[in-house]
Design a binder for this molecule. Structure first.
Ligand code: NAD
Length: 296
């Protein structure tokens, strides 16, 4: 049994923390949302009054926060995790954030005598609930080895991607591809509809043909073919369009700094920015199909 602090109990962090509790670990949790904390407390976790308090006495701390500024504010400063945790604490940041912030916070953690990895995930809320996430981990091999038993509880595939920040590099590349493929899948279903081909028939054919991709087979943007996809639940997230836009912007920042040509990534970011401009970016990212339908 490990004493674990867990901060950020949202769509992803909530079920991830629950899996650690179910595996018999002792969790102390914190989130700005009382409702999110109450759910974990009902499952057997202890509530902390602040993020720093959740780190006190913890052997490992997991964070699952929205973006880089949230990670900086939770980790740094006199009330932050690095100041409040004991030396030797292992930090696992599973948030999807920009590479420079990940490298900066990991550097500061190591200076303070802690081990830390960036360990963003793929697999969505379904994967978080089922404990089948894919973890992409950056950091020292020793820190990776220490984190792996905990990541194995929350995930099915755990990859060491190399040095600090490389988990975020893998994640940003993966999500740029995901954003592009979701738009492409949506376009294909809309075109089929206009040409008189029903969604289930296109799904049956394309899911076994060369257009097959995760956006279609696991997260289909039209209701029907994949019962668990948010399209069947009025595009309730899931993974919000706002989060996808964040990731696409991270990819564009990274592409600019690396002088990489990513024209489809740029187009995907522009389309999700239009969802944001419509004021409806709290819908699931597969709701981009509504923009293409002219419904946003
Ligand atoms: P979310 O908005 O549902 O959850 C974030 C949680 O962090 C919220 O409960 C919020 O109250 C809490 N929080 C924010 N600031 C805080 C602070 N200062 N102290 C304590 N708690 C704070 O987001 P999510 O969907 O769970 O995503 C979390 C991260 O995981 C993001 O970086 C996202 O890009 C990434 N991600 C999400 C998915 C998905 O399908 N939702 C998939 C893969 C990766």
């Amino acid at each position: 049994m490990t004493a674990i602090g867990f901060i950020g109990l949202g769509n992803m962090g909530g079920p991830m923390a629950l899996n650690l509790v179910k595996a018999g670990h002792e969790l102390t949790v914190f989130d700005l949302s009382k409702e999110a904390v109450d759910t974990l407390v009902a499952a057997g976790a202890k509530a902390a009054a602040t993020a720093g308090d959740a780190a006190k006495g913890a052997e490992a701390v997991v964070t699952m926060l929205p973006a880089g500024p949230h990670v900086e504010s939770v980790y740094l400063g006199k009330d932050g995790l690095l100041a409040q945790a004991g030396k030797g604490t292992l930090f696992i940041d599973s948030s999807t954030i920009d590479v420079p912030t990940a490298r900066k916070v990991i550097g500061l953690a190591r200076e303070a005598g802690m081990e830390m990895v960036d360990a963003p995930v793929s697999g969505g809320v379904g994967g978080a609930q089922a404990g089948t996430l894919t973890f992409m981990v950056g950091g020292e091999k020793a820190a990776f080895d220490q984190a792996k038993p905990l990541l194995d509880i929350m995930g099915k595939n755990v990859f060491h991607a190399g040095a600090a920040g490389n988990g975020q590099v893998a994640k940003v590349c993966n999500n740029m591809l995901l954003g592009i493929s979701m738009i492409g899948t949506s376009e294909a279903f809309l075109l089929a509809e206009k040409l008189g081909l029903d969604a289930q028939t296109l799904f049956d054919i394309s899911s076994t043909a060369s257009g097959q991709c995760w956006s279609m087979t696991s997260y289909c943007p039209v209701p029907g073919p994949v019962p668990a996809s948010p399209a069947n639940n009025d595009y309730k997230p899931g993974f919000t369009a706002a989060m996808m836009l964040k990731d696409l912007r991270l990819a564009q920042e990274a592409a600019q700094s690396a002088h990489a040509a990513t024209p489809l990534g740029a187009m995907a970011a522009s389309l999700y920015a239009m969802v944001e401009a419509s004021g409806q970016d709290s819908i699931d990212f597969s709701g981009i199909i509504k923009l293409l339908r002219g419904e946003l």
